[in-house]
Design a protein around this ligand. Sequence first.
Ligand code: 5GP
Length: 186
Amino acid sequence: MNKKLFVISGCSGVGKGTVINEFMKRNKDFILSVSCTTRKPRQGEVDGVNYFFITKEQFENNIQEEKFLEYAQFADNYYGTKKRYIKEKFEEGFNIILEIETNGALQVKEKMPEAVLIFIAPPSVEELEKRLRGRHTEDEETIQKRLAQVKIELERSKNYDYTVINDNIERVVNEIESIVKSNDTK
Ligand code: 5GP
């Protein structure tokens, strides 16, 4: 058994959700990790499916008890991956995808150097802003914060194993599949 952990990051609105959904449909031996967050659920999000929605107090207790493989603060909320969750999914025989931001990704690489880090970059920052506004899920202040974050994330992406440009869903999913194949997940 040689199950692997792949971390996928990308700037807000880069379309990584769509890319990952398509990848997951095609690769049934992979599971998308469910993170904990203190952010409020968006419409249609389900506890235990999209995230484990927990309170700030619960999150901080988990930090104290060293329950997280990685965690980060992003746009005023905590997000983190539980060590136990990852251990269980490996034991169930899955390869794992973490869809997390760059700070957390680099923590994973430090603790698990065999993890593969893939960054999904937008064709351009202007295109990204357009997509972010088109979602109509965040207010202006949140959008501004997320755009400021874009620059930081692009800088951190230099430490990733791979950067792929999301110019076309089909092409990008194929590229991720070849990265996965070249990293032997059998
Ligand atoms: P959103 O609020 O849009 O669902 O997620 C905001 C950001 O948090 C995204 O960049 C997402 O990848 C990141 N994120 C989600 N879960 C985790 C996690 O467990 N750890 C870290 N470090 N980031 C996460």
